[in-house]
Design a protein around this ligand. Structure first.
Ligand code: DGL
Length: 263
């Protein structure tokens, strides 16, 4: 039986998945890893993202986890097959469950996916949505400034963030898009700014979709009276703790440990 689950992202983004996982699956034993030394992943090549992701998974396995949640849209979109070929443990990404939820939500059949450059270029969300329903129309929009804004603490109430949302999301105004997938796990940090910029659409949080499906996808997992989480970062990051604790609903991050990756 699985008794420890690893969860990783390039930085803060995976916390939006962790938050939902803890909300809907209390009592898990988790190890979170944020690759803050190498964030962002989104502008990098598939080869580089895959190399980083393999090192991230290897680090988590060395901490004794028996399953991996890829809490990163970019890695899920570009490196999942390579990870599954390399490591013999269950490895779940965020794309299929988010697409299933979006396909159920849409009435017009036109879904937008907001993501990093690598995610949008990969077409992974388009393929997953087409597998569910070939008639869905999909518009992918890369929003490369969102991750650096979030990692630097420029969240929804900052005027720079508001302006960036206006600029990136303008192409979705006056269209029949009625459902938007936050295809990068960082983006729920900007939920308020994004939803206020596009007030008339439904949003899919990839973390919620995965968290709700987790029991079905992972099978039996050992639970304890209280959720336990160890946090590791690959670089000192003074911004991580305050932003994490401001965002997380059910979890407090008391401290982080330095992760030494086998590169
Ligand atoms: N949070 C990640 C994602 O879901 C990574 C973003 C980045 O590092 O560029 O895509």
């Amino acid at each position: 039986m699985i008794n420890k689950i690893g969860i990783f992202d390039s930085g803060l983004g995976g916390l939006t998945v962790l938050n939902e996982v803890c909300k809907y699956n209390p009592g898990l034993n988790l190890v979170y890893f944020g690759d803050t030394a190498r964030v962002p992943y989104g502008p990098r090549s598939i080869q580089t993202i895959t190399r980083y992701a393999k090192q991230d998974v290897a680090f988590l396995l060395a901490q004794g986890v028996q399953a991996i949640l890829v809490a990163c849209g970019t890695v899920s979109a570009t490196a999942l097959p390579a990870l599954r070929e390399t490591f013999d443990v269950p490895i779940l990404g965020v794309i299929e469950t988010a697409c299933a939820q979006a396909a159920l939500a849409t009435r017009t059949g036109h879904i937008a996916v907001l993501g990093t450059q690598a995610t949008v270029a990969s077409g992974a969300y388009n393929r997953a949505l087409a597998e569910i329903n070939q008639n869905l129309r999909v518009t992918g929009l890369a929003c490369p400034l969102f991750v650096p804004l979030i990692e630097n603490g420029f969240l929804s109430d900052d005027p720079i963030t508001r302006l960036t949302c206006e600029r990136y999301l303008a192409p979705l105004r006056d269209t029949d898009v009625d459902t938007v997938i936050l295809g990068c796990t960082h983006y729920p940090f900007l939920a308020k700014a994004i939803t206020e910029t596009l007030p008339n659409v439904a949003f899919v949080n990839a973390g919620t979709a995965l968290a709700l499906a987790l029991p079905k996808l992972l099978g039996e997992v050992e639970k304890q009276a209280q959720t336990q989480i160890e946090f590791y970062l690959s670089d000192e990051d003074s911004g991580f703790l305050p932003i994490a604790n401001q965002f997380l609903d059910t979890v407090t991050v008391a401290g982080t440990r330095k992760a030494i990756l086998d590169t």
